[in-house]
Design a binder for this molecule. Structure first.
Ligand code: BV8
Length: 283
């Protein structure tokens, strides 16, 4: 009897890279081949995928009245406890910037990718909802959403923040406590259901696609390596490979996500019908 894990092993490895890609074109061709033969793709995105939509990354220096603070300083329970209205105002300003932004070709390419592979799990660290606005479904948002608020005393669930007043945190209509952004702050646990979905997708996938993330913030940063340690090929799309882990199962695609992702999806699926079309047996 053939040992199931061997079958699993044979199935899992989506044509890993055979040799070091010499040129970017070669890297793209190898990545496209791996993507085309992948059964289950797990995608992890970070702030870099929204950079070309004009949404600043966490690395970008803060501007305006927040110029003296790092994003990490403001995104903590302590900062909200000490300066709730300053933190609320910062999130209201980010909401306004995101409302004025549009999803870019990188977001759109992931919608196309999901329609071309048999199983795709899209995990994001971003709180800007641009994947959802681009048409991606079942997005696993590990760090919450800018577009929602909740009672800081935990008495009511998620609500839509009303931004008529942006400089002061509003009060909860049920208990009077302050409302807070429905995001995960540093030092806070991720929503268990979302993290478990992301973790099991990383374990089960045969191709992991990391896009526009510095892979610094835990536990999201562990996901690509969880996938690699379970035999998956890891494609890294980033404007710089600086600080990105390299390795035999890693395929670096250096360049802006808004350029590299559409190229990758085109190279992998040009002429390939969508899953739906295949199921309908249609032309
Ligand atoms: C937790 C929501 C425990 C809020 C966010 C010391 C060592 C290790 C870990 C820790 C440590 N001390 C503390 C920790 C844990 C901490 C952590 O990892 N800290 C880091 C800084 C070391 N993690 C936590 O606190 C997590 N919680 O551990 O809880 C616990 C457990 C049980 C019970 C109680 C507690 C919570 C982490 C989540 C925090 N919230 N966001 C908000 O947004 O306001 S994190 C936030 O920062 C983002 O969501 C994202 O995750 C992260 C930013 O990273 P990126 O998205 O990668 O963005 P970045 O700007 O860094 O990089 C951009 C990248 O894009 C770059 O690589 C750049 O080259 C690239 N790029 C730019 N332009 C483009 C591009 N790529 C392609 N195309 C382009 N055009």
């Amino acid at each position: 009897m053939v040992r199931p894990d061997l079958i699993l092993e044979q199935r899992r490895v989506a044509s890993p890279p055979t040799s070091e890609p010499q040129t970017r074109a070669e890297a793209l061709a190898i990545a496209a081949r791996a993507l085309r033969s992948a059964e289950h793709v797990c995608v992890l995105t970070g702030a870099g995928i929204s950079a070309e939509s004009g949404v600043p990354t966490f690395r970008d220096a803060q501007t305006g009245m927040w110029a003296n603070f790092s994003a990490q300083q403001l995104a903590t329970p302590q900062a909200f406890a000490d300066h709730p209205h300053r933190v609320w105002h910062w999130y209201a300003a980010r909401r306004e910037a995101v409302r004025a932004a549009q999803p870019n070709p990188a977001h759109a390419a992931l919608v196309l990718l999901a329609a071309r592979v048999s199983h795709c799990t899209l995990v994001t660290q971003n709180v800007d909802d641009l994947h959802q606005r681009a048409g991606s479904r079942d997005v696993v948002a590990l760090h919450g959403s800018l577009m929602r608020a909740r009672c800081s005393a935990g008495c009511i669930g998620s609500t839509e923040p009303d931004d008529t007043v942006t400089t002061r945190a509003p009060n909860c209509t049920a208990c009077g406590a302050l409302l807070r952004p429905d995001v995960v702050w540093f030092g806070e646990a991720l929503p268990p259901q979302q993290f478990e979905t992301a973790r099991s997708a990383a374990v089960a996938c045969d191709l992991f696609l990391s896009v526009g993330t510095s892979n610094v913030v835990a536990p999201a940063a562990s996901l690509p390596w969880l996938a690699a340690s379970h035999g998956a090929t890891v494609i890294v799309v980033n404007s710089t490979m600086e600080g990105q882990r390299q390795g035999p199962s890693v395929l670096p695609l250096e360049g802006p996500a808004g350029v590299m992702l559409p190229r990758l999806v085109e190279a992998a699926f040009a002429g390939k019908r969508t899953r739906q079309r295949e199921q309908q047996g249609g032309q």
